[in-house]
Design a protein around this ligand. Structure first.
Ligand SMILES: [Zn+2]
Length: 114
């Protein structure tokens, strides 16, 4: 049986998979690795923030390798957003209210999430 997209666990920030990191911490639709937590801790401690080198520093193969995790992050976060909207709908919140909160029309909210 092959690995499905849902089986892939990777850091949503640096895209390293669970085999390449010591720890992977899960949140709603996202994960963060120990290395990225370490960077966060340094930032919180007031140390200079390391500059993001940009995607151009990666080789074609590296960019291709992280494409699937990047797409999976988008899908995962989109699923969380949809659950969020479903919770609001179950509470009786109108599409007009949801659209206003999202900064889109009632129709746009309904078309995207119903
Ligand atoms: Zn990471």
């Amino acid at each position: 049986m092959g690995t499905t997209e849902k089986d892939l666990l990777f850091c949503s920030f640096c895209r390293k998979d669970s085999d390449a990191v010591a720890k992977l911490i899960g949140g709603p639709g996202v994960h963060i690795c120990d290395g990225c937590v370490e960077v966060c801790n340094k930032i919180l401690a007031g140390e200079p923030r390391p500059a993001f080198p940009g995607w151009d520093v990666l080789t074609d193969d590296e960019l291709l390798r992280i494409l699937r995790p990047a797409a999976a992050t988008v899908h995962s976060v989109a699923d969380i957003l949809k659950q969020h909207v479903q919770t609001l709908r179950q509470r009786g919140i109108t599409w007009t209210q949801i659209g206003k909160a999202l900064g889109v029309s009632r129709q746009a909210a309904w078309e995207r999430f119903s």
